[in-house]
Design a protein around this ligand. Structure first.
Ligand code: ZN
Length: 497
């Protein structure tokens, strides 16, 4: 009995040590980890956020330059093409917002105040063009759903006027039916169908931390209104327009939310709009894809995908959104991982696909395209690592752990034996570019920092705001985790939806 116990204890210990092999490693036991450093990462970020790249909007020349840069790096590291081309092309809606971009307050037919782009207002990514003066009319949430018993346009005339509407939907819902999506494009269509000439979106003033004017191209489905300007104005600007009626935006939101009834009202104020954009329904953009072949005859037909979105929300005349954290940081990490792996491939049994996705900001189009047109059999993709917003904040969060718990455990164990910088909470369902992979049954891990979104989609998302130490550590964690997976120390698990 005693001996049996002893033997099984020894066996258990051996088993335990075996499975925990990677736990005992120090960071430098992962060949190549030391090649990943803040200087290399920041070099990429500095270029990707430079004015020359104009905020990397998919479809623009600036994005193309970013893609060319990424492809050049991948070629330099000796990576191969997957389908005879480092680019994987796709079509996306593209809207170029050009000068002049003017928005002003009118009194007696003349402009008495010019609002400042980037501070008082920004254009919505899919703004149309227009040059006119018009009265501004407040129309609550900008929802027209008479069939549900709620219509912000019911008792107000907006013909040839400009609508002010909350950017988001209310936090409450009426009982019946399908509530409108709340996407800007749908709200713009509601306004246009009532005869308005443009729309000024505004954040909810009663939120704990109301959103400032942000660069955003997320607009929802529908046709483009090419002659219909769409701005996002500051709460202060909306209040200035409402001041002629002795009203504030906050008062109006309070009334609507407490009564669940529209409170539309003309501001009496007149504004001038001169907005210029040119729209292309079939803009051309591309993912950048490179392959590092695995060294094992059998396992090289299995793949680890390491991806990040390269695009951001572009330029509007004199201002642009640099997107250092979102997502020059993740893009830089993918390039540094490609470098480190390309110089340390002897233990890498599975193949690794490095991919920079286009058009995440419009709705994950690059990642969706990659999965729908996967250059390798999807069932052979063992895991996907997504790096998005990893340069600003305090610590490391590994997302999608509830859907791929074994992959998550692997990364957490590596972190615990090295930097110990991860937080416990995670989520399920993929998230951003990990979602199309998750939806296809591919286990995904989403690398992100905590408190990452301070500057999200603001002009202040600059290289100077990045936490370089954290940026280096999370990138190394992504490397070490990918290293274990590529080495074969992880079997594809069934994702939990
Ligand atoms: Zn973004």
């Amino acid at each position: 009995m005693y001996n049996m116990k002893k033997i099984s204890l020894i066996l258990l210990t051996l088993l335990f040590l075996g499975t925990l092999d990677y736990l005992t490693k120090e960071r430098n036991d992962y060949p190549g980890a030391e090649l990943i450093n803040r200087e290399g990462l920041m070099n990429h970020v500095d270029y990707l956020t430079s004015p020359e790249l104009n905020g990397r909007l998919s479809g623009s020349e600036g994005y193309n330059k970013a893609a060319e840069y990424a492809a050049d790096q991948i070629i330099k590291f000796g990576l191969k093409t997957v389908n005879d081309d480092y680019y994987q092309y796709l079509n996306v809606e593209y809207n170029e917002i050009k000068e002049p971009l003017e928005f002003g307050l009118i009194e007696d037919g003349t402009i008495i105040k010019e609002y400042q782009i980037g501070k008082d207002f920004v254009c919505r990514g899919f703004t149309g063009s227009g040059n006119f003066n018009a009265e501004a009319v407040f129309c609550g949430y900008g929802i027209s759903a008479p069939e549900l018993g709620y219509d912000d346009y019911a008792d107000i005339d907006v013909k040839d006027k400009v609508v002010i509407a909350f950017k988001y939907n209310p936090k409450w819902k009426l009982e019946s039916g399908n509530w409108p999506t709340g996407y800007p494009r749908q709200k713009a269509h509601f306004a246009a169908s009532h005869g308005a000439k443009g729309i000024l979106f505004v954040s909810l003033p009663n939120d704990a931390a109301p959103q400032k004017t942000i660069g955003s191209i997320l607009c929802g489905d529908g046709d483009q209104l090419v002659d219909f300007p769409q701005l996002h104005i500051s709460i202060e600007t909306a209040d200035e327009l409402l001041s002629s009626r002795n009203l504030t935006l906050s008062q109006l939101q309070t009334i609507i939310d407490s009564t669940k009834h529209p409170q539309s009202v003309s501001t009496v104020s007149k504004v001038n709009l001169n907005i210029n954009a040119s729209y292309d329904k079939e803009g051309v953009t591309m993912n950048v894809v490179g392959l590092l072949e695995g060294s094992d005859e059998n396992l090289k037909d299995e793949y680890v995908v390491i991806g990040a979105h390269l695009d951001h929300v572009g330029r509007q005349g004199e201002i642009y959104f640099p997107g250092a954290n979102d997502n020059a940081s993740g893009s830089a990490a993918v390039l540094e991982l490609a470098k480190a792996f390309s110089k340390n491939k002897s233990e890498i049994k599975r193949s690794i696909i490095f991919v920079l996705f286009a058009s995440e900001e419009l709705g994950l189009y690059g990642a969706k395209h990659f999965v729908a047109n996967s250059p390798v059999p999807k069932e052979n993709i063992v895991a996907m690592m997504n790096l998005d917003c990893i340069g600003h904040g305090d610590s490391i969060r590994l997302g999608n752990g509830k859907s791929a718990p074994k992959l998550w455990d692997l990364a957490i164990d590596i972190d615990h034996s090295t930097n110990n910088m991860t937080v416990d909470n995670t989520w399920s369902g993929g998230g951003a570019d990990a979602s199309p992979f998750h939806n296809a049954g591919i286990p995904a891990l989403y690398f992100v920092t905590t408190n990452s979104y301070t500057h999200l989609h603001y002009m202040t998302d600059t290289a100077e705001t990045l936490n370089q130490d954290l940026f280096e550590k999370i990138t190394r964690l992504a490397y070490m985790t990918s290293y274990e997976v590529a080495k074969g120390n992880y079997q594809r698990e069934i994702v939990i939806k």
